[in-house]
Design a protein around this ligand. Sequence first.
Ligand code: DON
Length: 305
Amino acid sequence: MKRLLDSIVENNKKWTREGNVASYIPELSKVDREHIGICVSTLDGEEYCSGNSELKFTIQSISKIITLMLAIIDNGKKYVFSRVGMEPTEAAFNSIINLEAKNPQKPINPMINAGAIATVSMIAGNDGKETFNRILKFTRKISGNPEININEAVYKSEKETGNRNRALAYFMKSTGVLKGDVEEILDVYFKQCSMEVTCGDLARIGSMLANDGVLPWNGQRVVPRDVARIVKTIMVTCGMYDASGEFAVHIGVPAKSGVGGGILACVTRRMGIGVVGPSLDEKGNSIAGMKVLEELSKEMDLSIF
Ligand code: DON
């Protein structure tokens, strides 16, 4: 396995020069685009890594699957999906158009920014601080990494410049989708996006999902089976945004991307996978990361379809 990952990383290094690192969050534009890394975490607890697998990067939108799990655990699926939809969209992750044009009462899915902000507003906590602490604690538990923390510089940078998200949130406040203090909800969202992870952390979270909600390394159930199933399904249909269809054709596994360059993927009853490559395509997905996953999927026959 290690040899296979080494050769896949080598074959796909060239893709790190395509595309651009995210620059709409100023701090993210400082990231080195040449990095490329992968970790695979199997259900028997083995971990195989290659390339820049030790690199720390911000989790960004991959955190949306974590907050979706917590929101459903706290409120039940019926309530969560009465307030956020579950349909894919051809619009970009930060798009405003569907909110007004399709259904002002219900963002289209929990993976686009509007839906993720609505989802985070449903997570229990007396205030934003407590809500975020629950998210951080849960992330540490499902990744088996008690050291995960936020990258303060990225958090501050996004908080200062996150006016598109502010616009989405205030629009949702005006239509009654968001209840509570808008700035406090946004602060939790900016913090969850700024959590710093490695490919290994993503691979272990993926292996928990692949194991239907049970941590493979200690047998502890951390997510109900039904919640793991729902999240994996939403990852297939919405996880790579308006490239989800193409990703399903070429790679064929549940996955979630983030503008930090990470992608978390999982193959039920087989493995979790974390990849990183900070240079992104115009849809906000890691170019090298997708190429690495495509080769791995072909080599190991991972597609679920
Ligand atoms: O809300 C934002 O714009 C970022 N914190 C996260 C966006 C993101 O990762 C989109 N994914 N590819």
